[in-house]
Design a protein around this ligand. Structure first.
Ligand SMILES: O=C([C@H](O)CO)[C@H](O)[C@H](O)COP(=O)(O)O
Length: 426
């Protein structure tokens, strides 16, 4: 039977233990002390896991690069059954780690993460005596859309060792991994960032044990991004961008309406509304017109422009400038984000450009960048990094859902985050 390993990639030991109990209740077989957890809590967390789960396989995700024997010894003596060594480590490290593993009765799993030619390396480490390999796409690389499944397919056809697989697995990809030949399916985020850990572990269990064939009609990256951006908030996205991307001084003038789409940019000046309304005619569903107008006290968008935008099924408009006609606009179902509302309009002079780089709310916006607006404000996500930011913001969203749950369960925010422990000591 394929084993399910829950990867405890959290930094708070108490949370790790709670998650581990819930995941085991949902069907996880192996428990991984994740690398961030080991860095935060040291070998003590392995001791605690061993004490709490005397009969489970505990894997210490040491990701050892050097002094293999010593690191294996300390993990083994703390209660681990399996210790990970990086495939990038020198053969001497792996050989010595294997000797130590024999001495202390544990197994070595070689992690092929980021190795340029994992199949060749897998054969080399097998020849050294390794019998447990991990085809692994790390968390940061996953965010750019890399999956471990293709490499797993190749390795399963060539290796004799037991094969583990890790890299953002969900029930669908975990099932595919099991059917492709994985012996151990490692799942972190899907289980540990869930607001129902047991249920999520059970979902993985059922998927891995099922005989159903895997559906291959995957969503395009674009569809996946739009779906994620619709699910998360602008605050989650800004967190994922390390507090960058938020427009300054531009807010929803139609509260409760969220927008997600691609920018059609317009630069114009002092109330000139010719280019903005011309931009409506070259835009369509899913587009958001993003305008820099240079004057926040002369309206360059009003009721007539809004009705035209509604007719062309635009997603919304974001204006570094002013809007008017809210008596009419409030009757139309159209999201407007702007800096100001005034009654006086400018003129259609025709100055400016469409689809050039602009600055809007102090943020650079290029045509095709992703724009997300909600009641907290507007963020711009550069198109080149949009997929990665979408995936990272989903992780932020999941973590917050989990925190909400813990606070509902009686914890305080400071307690849930162990704030005192993690205050900056500098
Ligand atoms: O090993 C892991 C990663 O490098 C962080 O330590 C994860 O445990 C592994 O990737 C599984 O987690 P998900 O990819 O989030 O499923």
């Amino acid at each position: 039977m394929v084993k399910i390993q829950v990867a405890l990639d959290v930094v708070e030991p108490d949370r790790a233990l709670t998650i581990a109990k819930e995941a085991v209740a949902g069907g996880a077989d192996w428990i991984e002390a994740g690398t961030p957890l080991i860095k935060s809590a040291g070998m003590d967390i392995i001791r605690k896991l061993r004490e709490t789960f005397p009969n489970h396989t505990i894997l210490a995700d040491m990701k050892t690069m050097d002094v293999g024997a010593a690191e294996v010894e300390m993990a083994a003596k703390s209660g681990a059954n399996v210790v990970t060594i990086l495939a990038a480590a020198d053969d001497a490290v792996i050989r010595d780690a294997l000797l130590s593993a024999k001495k202390y009765g544990v197994r070595i799993m070689v992690d092929l993460i980021s190795f340029p030619d994992p199949i060749t390396r897998a054969k080399e480490v097998e020849a050294l005596g390794v019998d447990l390999l991990n085809v692994h796409v790390g968390i940061d690389a996953q965010m750019t859309g890399v999956s471990p499944l293709e490499k797993l397919r190749q390795l399963a056809a060539e290796a004799d060792a037991e094969i583990a697989v890790a890299g953002g697995l969900t029930p669908e990809t975990a099932r595919e991994a099991a059917q492709t030949g994985a012996d151990i399916v490692i799942v972190g985020s899907y289980i540990i960032n869930s607001d129902n850990v047991s249920q999520s572990a059970e979902d993985i269990r059922k998927a891995v044990d099922s005989n159903e064939t895997t559906k291959t009609d995957r969503k395009s990256k674009d569809e996946e991004m739009i779906e994620i951006f619709n699910r998360v908030s602008t605050s989650n996205i800004s967190d994922a961008m390390h507090r960058k991307g938020a427009m300054q001084g531009i807010f929803s003038k139609t509260p409760g309406k969220k927008i997600v789409g691609k920018a059609v940019t317009v630069r114009t000046f002092g109330g000139d509304w010719a280019k903005p309304v011309e931009a409506i005619d070259i835009s369509g569903p899913g587009d958001i017109i993003v305008i820099y107008n240079g004057d926040r006290n002369i309206a360059m968008w009003g009721g007539l422009a809004t009705l035209t935008a509604v007719n062309r099924k635009l997603e919304g408009v974001v204006i570094d400038g002013a809007v008017r006609d809210f008596d009419e606009i409030s009757k139309l179902d159209f999201p407007i984000f702007a800096a100001n509302v005034v009654p006086n309009a400018g003129d259609p002079k025709g100055l400016g450009e469409i689809n050039v780089e602009i600055i809007c709310g102090n943020q650079t916006v290029n045509s095709g960048d992703y724009i997300i607006g909600d009641d907290s404000g507007v963020v711009v996500v550069p198109k080149e990094r949009a997929y990665e930011i979408a995936r990272r913001s989903e992780e932020v969203w999941k973590r917050e859902k989990r925190l909400f749950d813990e606070i509902r369960g009686g914890k305080t925010l400071a307690g849930a985050l162990e704030l005192l422990k993690w205050e900056n000591q500098k």
